[in-house]
Unconditional design. Structure first.
Length: 215
């Protein structure tokens, strides 16, 4: 997003951030959260704090890039605000706006002890994608949905993963999900939460025809 584009959506971004950050107790912390969101949304190769502060200060003669960098460092790495409350409000807001068809959990693994794995589900479906002319299927899905589930529904749910992968690329490439350079677990949680808020705002802007027309 260019500085001009960011100025155009500033009012909507502030309103969105005020809703999402209402659980953060201090006004100055909420203000830093809004500043961090603007830094994430601005175009730039790296979305770690130092280059974001430099971009935010550019074009503002009164801005002090170093002071802004220190303020953002303190907000992300040391400030005691609770990211869980922000994520909870984010989930409520986006669930109401999007009406998700399913929850997609990314790949992970759990060691197996004894006869059963953690979270083991009864599998009722084995869905396979077998392109015409291919010697064998190229993808498989296991499902625990009822046996009466229509095949079209199964395929639609399976293909939702593409949307998730697209969002994940946007989170990483455009919004800097993996650009955090701090050393604290708290700071990492704060950064990931703020990137998620930025991505939610971009998603809502995309879904709003009035916002698209004014961009």
């Amino acid at each position: 997003m260019t500085p001009i584009q960011l100025r155009r959506i500033r009012t909507r971004l502030v309103t969105f951030a005020e809703d999402l950050f209402q659980s953060i107790p201090r006004k100055d912390q909420r203000h830093r959260g809004q500043t961090y969101l603007r830094g994430l949304l601005l175009d730039g190769k790296r979305k770690s704090i130092q280059p974001m502060a430099a971009r935010l200060a550019r074009g503002d003669p009164a801005a002090d890039a170093y002071a802004l960098e220190q303020a953002l460092q303190q907000f992300v790495n040391q400030s005691p605000w609770d990211p869980v409350s922000v994520r909870q409000r984010l989930a409520e807001r986006m669930t109401a706006a999007i009406g998700p068809q399913a929850w997609v959990i990314d790949d992970t693994g759990f060691p197996k002890f004894g006869r059963h794995s953690v979270g083991e589900l009864p599998v009722r479906w084995l869905l396979a994608e077998w392109p015409h002319g291919a010697p064998e299927p190229v993808k498989y899905w296991l499902a625990s949905l009822p046996q009466t589930t229509p095949l079209e529904r199964l395929v639609g749910l399976a293909k939702l993963r593409w949307r998730v992968e697209h969002d994940y690329r946007e989170l990483k490439d455009a919004l800097g999900l993996d650009h955090f350079e701090g050393r604290s677990f708290k700071g990492w949680h704060h950064h990931v939460t703020l990137v998620s808020v930025a991505h939610a705002f971009v998603t809502l802007e995309r879904l709003d025809p009035k916002a698209a027309a004014s961009a």
